[in-house]
Design a binder for this molecule. Sequence first.
Ligand code: 3NM
Length: 227
Amino acid sequence: MSESSAGRDNRLSGERRRELHAALAGYYAILDRDDRDLAELLVSAAGARVLQVRIKPGSAAEVLAVARMAREVTRAHGALLVVNDRLDIALAVEADAVHLGQDDLSLEGAQKVASGRLAIGISTHNLDQVERAVVGGADYLGFGPVYATGTKENPDPIAGVDMLRAAVRLAGEVPIIAIGGITPERGEEVAAAGAAGAAAIASVNGAADPAAAGRALATWWRMPPLP
Ligand code: 3NM
């Protein structure tokens, strides 16, 4: 098999890519603890159509257990499941996507292993990384931190909304999920910068009313088109 046809075989089908893009529009939820009630709430009352399992630190067994639970919950609510960092666990639970950081398995390596069975999202923190991930065929990108975040250990420098806008332009058809310090109030400028959607941990999972916070964030992607 030539390298180019191998590359094509490793890609997600068009139908699954369209399903992914539709689900990414709006609020992208992150499950940061072993909590079925929170998982249920994020994909029902809070309105997320994508749920990422991100358990740090977590042994393979711990992450697998949470991913299994989240697979049940997302199936029941028609949401997509993403597993952070662990392609092996993403495949084991039949997740819809794996989300890889810059220090995880390479995009090329992940595409070979995944063979189009799931989508691959890549965390990016600057325009060079955006360009590389797009050229490499990532199915979607995370980009951040757009604002200061207290959630991630050793975050990259704050990118800001102007760099987010440049990242969106550079990524073209590849959707960008903004991340890092995003709140419902900041959703307006994040959506205006062209992000396909926004991920949030502290401002939703830690809110007094996570369902209301998630819905409020998603609102910025549900605006009627301009006349
Ligand atoms: N990734 P919060 S920032 C998980 O820059 C994560 O790629 C980031 O949490 C990146 O919404 C971040 O509480 C933390 O700021 C997001």
